[in-house]
Design a protein around this ligand. Structure first.
Ligand code: ZN
Length: 305
């Protein structure tokens, strides 16, 4: 029996947002089309935040207007306030994602609001999204550590989760924004969150800053996570978190999952081609290892059999 795991590709948003170069709209659109062509079906494509703070996402509307609309492909836009919500709705996006940071200082820096204020924004946004038939997900970020406050307790993350779950989101996510978490923590938090969330799917977002990203993803799946985020090439970090480099690379995750007996619906060869193409557009290499090492078994190893 093969288990199927859903992946969300966050490269076009989370990834590009932390790139210092601003890719032209046409290249972003080509990237998303290539990712769809390699089998990805749910993609975070834009954030509707202040373009002065995040100039890389200033063309959010233009990107979305150029994307193919397919029944089997869903796009997510990140929103942090009412203004962003209205902008997202105007594009006809399928899903919105909102974030509450599990650290007061980080939430203030990221969203200019307290955790309580952000939860109130989420409440009104979730209600409005339901009326407009737009899926709404909520993410508790910095769930394994904060660059400003240090350790974040599991209890604190679960308390926030409990509060945001009252709005019955279409999905609840936890993010290791600074890549501090290790598998034992992930197993504990994910299994508790899964129990708390009931029928609401649990999504996990890991960063590979300390090389624990793939291990965390694997143990999250074993602990019941329904969806795992990844970024093509391992592009991305967080512009507001110092040294938060590297989402987990989609191709490395897909390789690990396929070889472990999971189905993802992704064509790994095409994905690697896209990663290599993206490196040429960005003008620098990306952290993913599969494009460097090759998919195993490749033509050379297969010939040895
Ligand atoms: Zn990320």
């Amino acid at each position: 029996m093969t288990d199927r795991i859903s992946l969300t590709e966050v490269g076009p948003r989370d990834g590009l947002q932390s790139e210092s170069c601003e890719l032209p709209t046409a290249i972003k659109v080509e990237l998303i089309n290539r990712l769809i062509d390699s089998g990805l079906r749910r993609l975070e494509v834009a954030s509707f935040v202040n373009p002065k703070k995040v100039p890389q996402m200033a063309d959010a509307e233009a990107v979305i207007s150029e994307l193919p609309r397919r029944k089997d492909v869903r796009y997510i836009g990140l929103v942090l306030n009412d203004r962003g919500f209205e902008r997202a709705v105007a594009t006809g996006i399928d899903e919105i994602g909102m974030v509450v940071v599990a650290s007061e200082t980080f939430n203030q820096r990221n969203q200019g609001a307290s955790i309580d204020e952000s939860i109130l924004v989420w409440r009104s946004m979730a209600a409005k999204a339901k009326k407009k038939n737009i899926r709404a997900g909520i993410m508790v970020s910095a769930a394994f550590g904060c660059p400003f406050e240090g350790e974040i307790s599991e209890k604190r993350v679960l308390d926030i989760a409990q509060r945001v779950l009252q709005e019955e989101p279409d999905e609840i996510a936890i993010a290791d924004t600074i890549g501090a978490g290790v598998p034992a923590q992930v197993a504990s938090l994910v299994s508790k969150l899964k129990q708390m969330a009931g029928d609401i799917p649990v999504r996990c977002h890991f960063h590979n800053t300390r090389n624990t990203g793939l291990a965390n993803a694997y143990v999250a799946i074993q602990s019941g996570a329904d969806v795992i985020d990844a970024s093509v090439g391992g592009m991305g970090g967080c512009p507001f978190a110092p040294h938060a480099t590297g989402n987990i690379p989609t191709e490395d995750l897909v390789y690990m999952l396929h070889r472990s007996g999971f189905a993802t619906g992704i064509d790994l060869e095409k994905l690697v081609e896209t990663s290599t193409w993206l490196e040429s557009k960005l003008g620098h290499s990306l952290p993913a290892l599969i494009p460097k090492a090759g998919i195993f078994p490749g033509p050379r190893e297969s010939a040895l059999v």
